[in-house]
Design a protein around this ligand. Sequence first.
Ligand SMILES: [Zn+2]
Length: 454
Amino acid sequence: MPYQNEVASKTGHGDIIKNPDISEFLEHCEYMDDASEDLGKKIASLYEKIELADNLPEKIVASDASRYCEPINGKFPSTQIGYVKVSLMIIEVNEYNSLKDMAGFVDPFGVAKLHKNAEPLSFVLPGSNVRYKKASSVNDGFRLAIYENFISNKYNFYKAGDYNIKDTLFFLHEQDNKLLSIHKCPACKHDIKHTFTKEQDKINCKECGADIFFSDALRLHEQISDFGDNNSAITRFMNLIEHLLVAGFIRFLYDKAPKRLSNLAFILDGPLAIFGQPARVHSRLMKFYNSIMTDLKNRYTMPIIIGLQKTGSLNEHANSIKNFLEPNSYKIVDDEYRKKYIFGTENSDNFGHETYYGQDFIYKSKKGSVFVFAIPYPYDQKCDGHIFSNQKIKIENYAEILPRALKIIEHFEMELYENSITPIALAHRHVSISLVPGGKALDLLSKNIIECKK
Ligand SMILES: [Zn+2]
């Protein structure tokens, strides 16, 4: 996703606000604005100082995803192909450190060399007005393309198999005692109750004959229409696929090299949450991460998973109060804080009940930048919303992870990218420039972690 919000506008911001209809309308609105001195101080008093951990992980795996919808030819601009690119890259922490000079500046040419592990993965989907492989509708073609992406071994972390996206999905559901089921044919809407298995991952509708796939259980296709704009379905796909790829990689490492996994940190772009139709996957991820963390904590140490948020209202809020905050202080974002200070927060007993698998934090670094990031909830399920609302903010449950996560954020903070940290910036840059189709990328990633000297 882009770092700076570039909002193209035909009219300057000032002109719109000067319009009398709009200024009158605004008189009746409350909206987020800079905090007053008093409010800023009050908010700052809710923040606490924290001691960072001393040591860093051996490697950092950063992911970044972008989506595109492009017209297929100039004559028919609404006939589009959609694609999503995900870059997973590994930063060797020692290698990175050797590029820093005494003053802490990083050699940009050296950093560019660290790109070598990042070959972006491309997922192609039909956009509007495109019927894929003679499907009877845009929707059916979209479902087929999702299925093909999910079963493809291009996205397998292990040559011998069992670690592609389909494997990850079935695994995540099984460990949470959940099923991949459908209740209706996605093509003709006829009632069909069916649960998929890994062995039989598609069936035929007896009513209309259409293929029905296990991936239809995620309902990504529901936002697709034959004539409309399919951007939001592609955005949902991008969100889901990034989290599934990281989960798949973590599962692979947990099975094959748990000790190495415990020495890694993973940084995802955005909150730890799955939005829209496939949102339920969030609770499977929460359970999975909690189970491996609990196990690795007893055997070695816990790997770090961070969702770094670069945009959104929480981020804007954090920046607006930045000057009131002490360096090296943090706040666990509880529901009360969110309701009081963040506009546009959903009204529920437990923020993110249907979508989030990680807890948000705000941190102001020693150098003075603010970061909004999340760490997975250390629970295997969410109990009643109101109770979970209190449970999720018990800081003692993050006591081991938080100082280590902050150490990573502090270490990789780079002035060049405002409030970004380097691995994400690199992954982003890489996603933006490379047009190489990713085929061997995952295999290379796996090899890098497993085969390096132990
Ligand atoms: Zn049907």
